[in-house]
Design a protein around this ligand. Structure first.
Ligand code: 48F
Length: 256
């Protein structure tokens, strides 16, 4: 029995990983914006691999605001909530609330069911950059990263890479530093996030979601950090719209 169980896991995992070695889209970071992008891209028939440093996908959703596990949305994202089967309650003045655990699990479930493949406890530590194009990511197990083991990584090739890493915008930061490229930002580099201003941050999260360089896109809080937008704290409408926008941008560029 032991042999069969072990073989089942090993065989299935490597079957899955082999199919993800070359994909249409890599999403770095399984936060709300990345998972929403993943579902819409997979729904459109694109092959998608998501790499998430932590064991549990979900990013900043689980803790709501200050560990109070409710999420607030503007009511103009009701259609996205419906696409993910999330039940939301009216909070008045154009706001909705939903249970954070329901939101996180719905995003995980529906993006996976749409065909996006998750690799949790896997960190993206570098990009692949050929002939002026971001064309993949360099990955390693998170425990290898955490323990600083001297272990070489592996590489996944992609036609588009989304930096959905949240506040640190790790992928764009790496790209600007190591590839020495000018990103599509006012300075050509990562501008850095500004302090709390919810209304501005919410709007700019969507505006700032863009193609930064051939093959490289941003979503969510990373998009705001890259473009110097304001932070917005525990309101998630902008994250949802950003995920949908980056999926549409990539579909325009790769072809639907
Ligand atoms: O920050 P995060 O939740 O992404 P987001 O879509 O959403 C932001 C909101 O949660 C919240 C907010 C609401 O208004 O401001 O913060 O921008 O999730 C980012 C995910 O990326 C993972 C990280 O563990 C988190 O789950 N991540 C970060 N760097 C890497 C990574 C990396 N190098 N490789 C893999 N995963």
């Amino acid at each position: 029995m032991e042999e069969k169980i072990t073989a089942a896991i090993v065989n299935r995992f490597f079957e899955k990983l082999r199919k993800s070695l070359t994909v249409d889209v890599v999403v770095v970071g399984a936060g709300p914006s990345g998972m929403i992008a993943a579902k819409y891209l997979a729904d459109a028939g694109k092959s998608v691999a998501l790499f998430e440093r932590k064991l549990a996908p979900g990013g900043g959703i689980w803790g709501g605001g200050m560990l109070m596990n409710e999420i607030v949305f503007q009511d103009d994202v009701k259609d996205i909530l419906d696409d993910f089967g999330i039940t939301a309650a009216d909070a008045g003045d154009g706001y909705l609330t939903a249970d954070a655990v329901e939101v996180a699990s719905a995003l995980i479930y529906h993006s996976r069911k749409a065909g996006a493949v998750f690799y949790n406890a896997v960190s993206v530590e570098d990009i692949m950059f050929h002939e002026n194009r971001v064309c993949g990511v360099v990955i390693n197990w998170t425990p290898v990263e955490r323990l600083q083991m001297h272990v070489d990584p592996l590489v996944v090739t992609a036609r588009a890479v989304i930096d959905g890493t949240g506040h640190p915008s790790e992928v764009a930061t790496l790209a600007a530093r190591k590839a020495g490229i000018r990103l599509d930002t006012p300075s050509g580099g990562v501008m850095g996030e500004r302090p709390m201003w919810m209304a501005s941050g919410e709007a700019s999260t969507v505006e700032n979601t863009k193609r930064l360089y051939p093959g490289l896109y941003s979503s969510g809080m990373a998009a705001n950090n890259i473009m110097g937008g304001f932070r917005m704290g525990p309101i998630f409408g902008g994250m949802f719209k950003s995920g949908r926008k980056v999926a549409a941008l990539i579909l325009d560029d790769l072809g639907r």
